[in-house]
Design a protein around this ligand. Structure first.
Ligand SMILES: [Fe+2]
Length: 382
C-alpha cells in the first residue's frame, strides 16, 4: 500500500491563529492580497478583518466579496478579471467552502488560463497558483487543506469536481475565534460534513495508516464536541475541538478520497441549492447501511472510538450502534429527518441517481453500486 500525502506547507490551528496571517503572507512575498470572501455582511466583515491583519504587516488588499453558496463558474470568471485588473500577487480566502473553492478556481485560471471547465478531472493544470492562504470560518469543509474544488455550472446547476494539487493552499488557518458567531444550523451542517469526511475517508478503498490516524481522531473529537458547539456557540473549547476535527478530517479525505455520500450529495446540492453538509447528514446513515457488509470492521472500529460500540460486540452490532449514534446526534442538533423535509421531490430521485453514479468522487467507496442501488438509498433517505 503506497501513500501520497498532500497537505498545506503550514497549518495554523487554534485560538488567535488568524493573527499570524499577515506575517505568513509577507513570508510568501505577498505585497497586495486578493481577499476572497462570501457576499453579504458576514463575508464583508471577515474580509475587512483579514485586510486589517494584512495591513499591519505592510500588505494592501483588494476585496472580492462575491462568493456564493455552491460556487459558480460565472463568479470564478468574474474573480479572474478582478484579480488581473487589481495587480495582486497573493490570494487570501476567508470563509467556508464556497469562498475557498471560489478562490481556488480563480487562482488556477489566473496562472493557467482557459475556462474553469477545462480543469474538471485530476491534475489538469500546468502551473502553480499564486501564493494562497485559506482561512476557514466553518469547521467542516476541509477546503482549506485540500486539493479539491467543487464548482457549479450556472446554467444546468450540475457540479463538477476539480482535483489538482496545485490548488493545495500554502497555508491553512482554523481559528475557533473566527467561528464564535456561526449560527447553530450552520455549525450543525458543517460539523456533519466533517464527520462524513472522516467516516468516508476511514472506509475508503484508498485509506492508509496515515489517513486512518487523522480520520479516527476526527470522529472521536466530533462525537465529543459537535453537539456542544451547536448548543452553545460561545463554547470555545468545543469550537476548538471542531477546528482540529475538521482539519484532521480534511487531511484524511484529501488523501484517502471520499465515497457514495458525497457522490449522492453533490447532485442534490446542485439541484436544490441545499447546504452541502445538510445533504451529507441526511444521506450518511443510509449509505452506511448500504456499505455495511463491505466495511463492517472499519465502522465497528469507529463505533468503539465514539463509545457507541464495545470491543466484545460483533462487528455488525457495532455498525448498527454507530448508525444509531449518528442518527441520534443528527436529531440532537436539529438535522431534519429526511430528504422530503428539505424540499426534495420524489419524482427527481431517478435523475439524481443517474447523476450520482457519474460522480468520480464515489470511486473510492468500499462497495460498488449501480444507479438502481443509488436510487434505493435515496428512497431510504427520503
Ligand atoms: Fe464535504
Amino acid at each position: 500500500m503506497n501513500c501520497r500525502y498532500y497537505i498545506p506547507m503550514l497549518n495554523l490551528v487554534g485560538r488567535g491563529s488568524v493573527s499570524d496571517v499577515g506575517k505568513e503572507a509577507a513570508i510568501l512575498h505577498g505585497t497586495k492580497a486578493f481577499v476572497v470572501a462570501s457576499e453579504g455582511n458576514v463575508g464583508e466583515a471577515q474580509a475587512k478583518q483579514i485586510s486589517d491583519i494584512l495591513s499591519s504587516e505592510g500588505l494592501t488588499a483588494h476585496l472580492f466579496c462575491e462568493a456564493v453558496p455552491n460556487p459558480t463558474v460565472s463568479v470564478v470568471e468574474k474573480g479572474v478579471g478582478r484579480y488581473r485588473d487589481s495587480g495582486c500577487d497573493i490570494i487570501v480566502a476567508v470563509g467556508g467552502g464556497s469562498a475557498i473553492d471560489t478562490a481556488k478556481g480563480i487562482g488556477l485560471l489566473v496562472t493557467n488560463g482557459g475556462n474553469i471547465r477545462d480543469y474538471d478531472g485530476t491534475n489538469k493544470s500546468k502551473h502553480a497558483m499564486p501564493p494562497f492562504i485559506a482561512i476557514s470560518t466553518t469547521a467542516g469543509t476541509g477546503s482549506e487543506v485540500t486539493q479539491f474544488a467543487v464548482i457549479t455550472d450556472d446554467e444546468d446547476h450540475s457540479k463538477f469536481t476539480i482535483v489538482d494539487w496545485h490548488m493545495t493552499p500554502n497555508v491553512s488557518v482554523n481559528d475557533p475565534e473566527m467561528m464564535l458567531s456561526m449560527p447553530p444550523a450552520l455549525t450543525a451542517a458543517t460539523g456533519m460534513d466533517a464527520l462524513t469526511h472522516a467516516v468516508e475517508a476511514y472506509v475508503s478503498k484508498n485509506a492508509t495508516p496515515v489517513t486512518d490516524a487523522k480520520a479516527y481522531k476526527a470522529v472521536e473529537l466530533i462525537a465529543r464536541s459537535l453537539s456542544k458547539a451547536v448548543k452553545d456557540g460561545s463554547d470555545i473549547e468545543a469550537r476548538e475541538n471542531m477546528c482540529y476535527a475538521s482539519f484532521l478530517a480534511g487531511t484524511a479525505f484529501n488523501n484517502a478520497g471520499l465515497g457514495l455520500v458525497h457522490a449522492m450529495s453533490h447532485p442534490l446540492g446542485g439541484k436544490y441549492d441545499l447546504p452541502h453538509g445538510l445533504c451529507n447528514a441526511l444521506l450518511l446513515p443510509h449509505v452506511m447501511k448500504f456499505n455495511m457488509d463491505r466495511a463492517s470492521g472499519r465502522y465497528s472500529e469507529l463505533a468503539v472510538a465514539v463509545g457507541a460500540g464495545k470491543a466484545w460486540h460483533t462487528e455488525r452490532e457495532n455498525c448498527e450502534s454507530f448508525i444509531r449514534f449518528i442518527l441520534n446526534l443528527s436529531r440532537e442538533i436539529d438535522i431534519p429527518d429526511g430528504l422530503s423535509e428539505v424540499g426534495v421531490k420524489s419524482k427527481d430521485l431517478e435523475a439524481l441517481a443517474d447523476e450520482a453514479v457519474q460522480e468520480s468522487i464515489g470511486a473510492t467507496n468500499p462497495r460498488p453500486y449501480s444507479a438502481q442501488q443509488v436510487l434505493d438509498v435515496y428512497k431510504a433517505a427520503f
